[in-house]
Write a protein that binds this ligand. Structure first.
Ligand SMILES: Nc1ncnc2c1ncn2[C@@H]1O[C@H](COP(=O)(O)OP(=O)(O)OP(=O)(O)O)[C@@H](O)[C@H]1O
Length: 977
């Protein structure tokens, strides 16, 4: 059955004013208008204020249904949740959750009172009644569990002594709570008794706004399994899951005047509700223009509600507010949240469990029927003979196996088969549990890494802080203003870091627990396997008929396939998780790299300040390091990695729809203004689609402090665009992509390097377009560096290598060109300061200063190539497609920027320009500078070409190569395949 899109139903309930509010003389500011509208008046705005006469004091919100203080529990149930009952019985998931600030009436709606039962009881009563009505033709079982999430730990409310429970993702991707008590029930009253018992265990404390405030999120999960009865052997099992969630209050700590323990609870509650809010925001924008990543992993609550919000569930959110003017702020934020949630869509599909062993049941029936046919045939024959008076009628009967013996054999066979199935099932369950444990283990590692990243970020920030203080003691006051300090002048550790430390300890304990469980399970699996193989050895002796043999053969085959399936799933999970870990590793390396760069920069400054003589070898190494940085290769790789990971995630690179026969007129039109015919070359790195979620918190201290990659000016990129030969290219997305990848300004300096295509602003279509195609032309985007140099060429500024440029020279009063100061316009040609100045001169009627021929030439050559002539250029040898060259490093595919850009050096006299050896090769434009004396070779020998004893340069290109024919002796050859 096809999954269907389903809009989240959002209802609003306004409770009556309570005694405290009446005593306070609070006014009613929330009014229901019609069935769907609520108007909220701002009590702080004075209607008499002449400055605000034209401003509306009212805020209007529309929901699916709105209830006011007159609505009964039944009204609320009938209009919101009753419709979910049928779906749950048919195998759909459903979720109802109550949202709102403390004391707004969430528990009242969900649990209610004896006289006025809430949604729990009403829904369960209806569910059991519906089950009763279909009992004749279906087998139905209902089980329930009840848990709370308190301070980010899960507790079983039906068995509170079982300690903290784990959330696990099973091999099918659905969230399970390991070790939760599942109680089978047969009526709603039983569930209510269990709920009341569980509720007594729920963490409740009096707060300023509610005397019995629930400090945790309570989740009641009811699972209904339904199977058709009778002759419907093919009938599958329908499993419907119903979640009913009573969330903790969504108020802010300041609003409840909470302190101490309450404050800490508040932090956890707010953290999970913040995560929930973020998910709601991201999900509500998902269908819109902005593609958003939804991070469900930020809290246990969102992980648990993942399906309810973004997956397979029909979901109803009931928002609650107080009508009192004293609660205006909470009511407003609640309404905003609920309003946003209205945009969320889920994709519901029926949960059908195909019964893995029903093949065995078929065989059972077939052999029964065959036996019956045989018996009937024999009976008919016997009767025929008897009727004809033929002798042997009685003898013939003797050759047919007696029905009793047959029945015996059948029963024996059934017993054997049941044992075998039991053994196989047990094994399979254990394998599945092992996969889950493995998955949990990896997730624990990933979570640990995430928290470690946060801690490491903080440690770096701390060091940075100390260094800054040491360097600029006079700015102490500023630093003090920037944040609170600890005892020894160290900045105080933020709450989130302390939390991360706590979590790491907890996660390590969890890891140990999981490892022990896994070891036990592996032992049990080994003994189960041994038992099963003993049984298999004994079986052939017991099998008497061909049918039985066939049944057993099929049974074993089914089991083999199940095992294979489980192994494949395990393999896939392992792969996915390893990639996630790899992602973290990359982040850690990146973090470490930034630290190293900072250390190097500081040390360099120290060396320069103290006038130390640096050994030549070290100086050379430093230059090499700076050049690598200048090339920005790493940043590009990170971007491409992110693009690739993202394309894998949404299948854009893999799931290519078959081309249509005729490209439409539009398509052709679209092509005209695009660098089509080209091919994108992407790194073969395959990374986990979810990588984003494992990034350390966006608000980690270091990120707040040091967002920019200041040492890394962005650089050139060699992109081969591959047009979808028949697919309609989206010119806009392609242009965005090209500008993002070609232009170093594609992501702004000072912002973190994008990690996903979404962050880079690339749509799935763009990624798809990147990945397919046949024809190739080359588009070489000139480097930002060369553009910077181009600008500098105009302005006559000294141009050092990028790292020198990035690290400001203390002796140089002029500010260096760093990515932060670079204008971010993305069009060629850029309005460079040089050009601006010459335009200014022209405007003032002053002639430009004369340039030497070499400066003019170099300036001309540094203009980026127009893409027009690229299409006309001679086709270059096609480069290998990424996907076809797995295992190859991407590194050589991106020509080092330092190879592509000439390093211009202006001496004291602006008009003398020294351009060291470097050459560019564009499809129809080649330029080359004169060889410099001491330039270190940047290309490997085979790419670089060689010098003979006579000092002549031998290009590695064949004489017929177009680049050669254009006459350069040291032209940059194509990257070897
Ligand atoms: N619609 C209503 N009609 C009558 N009384 C109500 C209504 N809603 C809430 N109340 C009363 O208001 C008080 C607080 O409600 P409740 O405990 O349900 O709030 P809550 O949102 O669950 O708070 P918390 O988040 O702190 O647990 C209760 O005494 C409850 O009986």
């Amino acid at each position: 059955m096809e999954p269907k899109d389903q809009q989240l139903t959002v209802a609003l309930r306004i409770r009556p004013l309570n005694d405290t509010e009446l005593e306070e003389g609070a006014a009613v500011i929330a009014h229901k208008v019609g069935d769907q509208m609520v108007v909220l008046m701002d009590p702080s705005e004075d209607p008499e204020d002449p400055l605000r006469t034209h401003r509306s004091r009212e805020k209007t919100f529309i929901f699916d249904v709105v209830f006011d203080q007159h609505a009964s529990q039944e009204d609320v149930y009938l209009a919101t949740t009753q419709q979910l009952v049928e779906g749950v019985l048919s195998g759909y998931n459903a979720t109802v959750f109550a949202y709102g600030p403390s004391g707004a009436g969430k528990t009242h709606t969900m649990l209610g009172m004896d006289t006025e039962p809430g949604i729990y009881l009403q829904m369960l009563s209806d569910l059991f009644q519906a089950i009763e009505e279909t009992r004749d033709n279906t087998d139905c079982s209902v089980s329930m569990s009840y848990l709370e999430i308190y301070n980010e730990v899960i507790r079983d409310l039906l068995s509170p002594s079982s300690g903290f429970l784990d959330l696990r993702e099973d091999s099918r991707g659905s969230i399970q709570i390991a070790g939760i008590t599942e109680v089978s029930t047969s009526n709603a009253q039983e569930i209510m008794q269990l709920l009341t018992k569980g509720n007594r265990q729920r963490t409740q404390e009096p707060t300023a706004t509610n005397k019995t405030s629930s400090r945790s999120h309570a989740v009641l999960q009811v699972t209904v399994r339904r199977r058709g009865r009778g002759a419907h052997l093919a009938e599958e099992v329908r499993v419907g899951r119903l979640f009913m969630v009573d969330l903790a209050g969504s108020e802010r700590a300041s609003q409840t005047q909470n302190q101490g323990k309450r404050m800490k609870e508040g932090a956890h509650i707010n953290r999970s509700l913040l995560a929930l809010g973020n998910c709601i925001n991201a999900l509500s924008e998902k269908g819109g223009s902005r593609a958003q990543y939804v991070n469900f992993r930020d809290s246990k609550l969102t992980r648990l509600l993942k399906d309810a919000l973004g997956g397979n569930s029909r979901t109803v959110m009931i928002a609650h507010i107080s009508p009192a003017s004293t609660h205006f702020e909470e009511s407003r934020t609640t309404l905003l949240y609920a309003y946003r949630a209205k945009n969320i869509k889920t994709r519901v599909k029926r949960n059908l469990l195909s019964m893995s062993y029903h093949i065995a049941q078929y065989m059972d029936v077939i052999s029964d029927l065959r036996g019956q046919i045989q018996r009937l045939k024999a009976k008919v024959e016997r009767q025929e003979r008897e009727r004809r008076g033929e002798p042997g009628g009685r003898d013939a009967q003797a050759t047919i196996p007696a029905p009793d013996a047959e029945e015996d054999s059948r029963l024996k066979m059934n017993r054997i088969r049941a044992q075998l199935i039991g053994a196989f099932k047990e094994q399979l369950e254990m394998r599945r549990s092992l996969v889950e444990l493995e998955n949990t283990n990896i997730e624990l590692h990933v979570d640990t890494s995430r928290h470690l990243l946060t801690i490491a970020d903080w440690e770096q920030e701390k060091t940075h802080h100390v260094t800054r203080r040491a360097r600029t003691p006079e700015k102490d006051e500023e630093v003090l203003e920037a944040g609170p300090e600890g005892d020894e002048g160290q900045p105080a550790e933020p709450h989130e870091v302390a939390l991360a430390r706590e979590e790491v300890n907890m996660l390590l304990a969890e890891q140990r627990k999981t490892a022990a469980l896994k070891a036990g399970l592996e032992q049990r699996l080994a003994s189960a396997k041994k038992k099963a193989s003993q049984m298999e050895e004994l079986l052939p002796a017991q099998v008497t008929s061909e049918d039985q043999r066939e049944a057993l053969r099929l049974l074993c085959r089914a089991h083999e396939l199940e095992v294979e399936n489980a192994e494949l799933q395990a393999h896939r999970l392992r792969g996915r998780s390893l990639l996630r870990q790899k992602d973290f590793l990359i982040q850690r390396c990146q973090q470490h790299r930034l630290l190293c760069e900072r250390v190097i920069r500081e040390q360099r400054r120290l060396i320069q300040d103290s006038g130390l003589v640096v050994p030549e070898a070290l100086e050379q190494q430093y230059r090499l390091f700076s050049r690598e940085l200048g090339a920005g290769t790493l940043n590009r790789l990170l971007l491409l990695h992110a693009v690739m990971a993202s394309s894998l995630h949404d299948g854009s690179a893999l799931n290519i729809s078959p081309p249509s026969e005729e490209p439409s007129r539009d398509q052709l039109d679209d092509r005209e203004d695009l660098p089509w015919g080209a091919q994108f070359e992407l790194p073969p790195t395959l990374l986990d689609p979810d990588s984003d979620s494992y990034r350390s918190s966006k608000a980690t201290p270091l990120k707040k402090l040091d967002k920019k990659d200041s040492l890394l000016p962005h650089s050139s990129l060699h992109i081969l665009l591959s047009p979808p030969a028949h697919e309609k290219p989206s010119s806009q997305s392609m242009k965005t992509l090209v500008s993002k990848l070609c232009s170093p300004a594609g992501w702004e300096p000072g912002t973190p390097t994008p990690r996903t295509a979404a962050e880079a602003g690339l749509s799935a279509q763009a990624l798809k377009e990147m990945a397919v195609g046949t024809k190739s032309i080359a588009l070489i985007a000139a480097t930002r560096r060369s553009r910077a140099q181009d600008r500098e060429g105009g302005s006559g500024r000294s141009s050092l290598h990028p790292a020198e440029e990035a690290a400001p020279d203390p002796k140089d009063p002029k500010p260096s060109v760093t990515p932060e100061t670079t204008p971010t316009d993305r069009k060629w040609p850029r309005a460079s300061p040089g050009r601006a100045r010459s335009a200014e001169r022209k405007a003032r009627g002053k002639p430009s200063p004369p340039l030497t021929r070499s400066v003019q030439l170099a300036t001309e050559k540094l203009q980026p190539p127009s893409t027009d002539h690229i299409a006309e250029s001679q086709p270059l040898p096609a480069l290998p497609q990424l996907s076809k060259s797995p295992g190859k490093s991407f590194l050589p595919a991106v020509p080092s920027a330092s190879k592509m850009k000439p390093s211009l050096r202006f001496h004291a006299d602006e008009s003398t320009l020294h351009v060291p050896e470097v050459s560019f090769t564009f499809p129809s434009a080649t330029w080359q500078s004169s060889p410099g004396p001491s330039r270190a070779p940047l290309l490997p020998r085979d790419i670089r070409g060689s010098m003979d004893s006579g000092g002549r340069h031998h290009s590695p290109l064949p004489p017929s190569h177009p680049c050669k024919r254009q006459g350069g002796s040291a032209k940059r050859p194509r990257r070897p395949k």
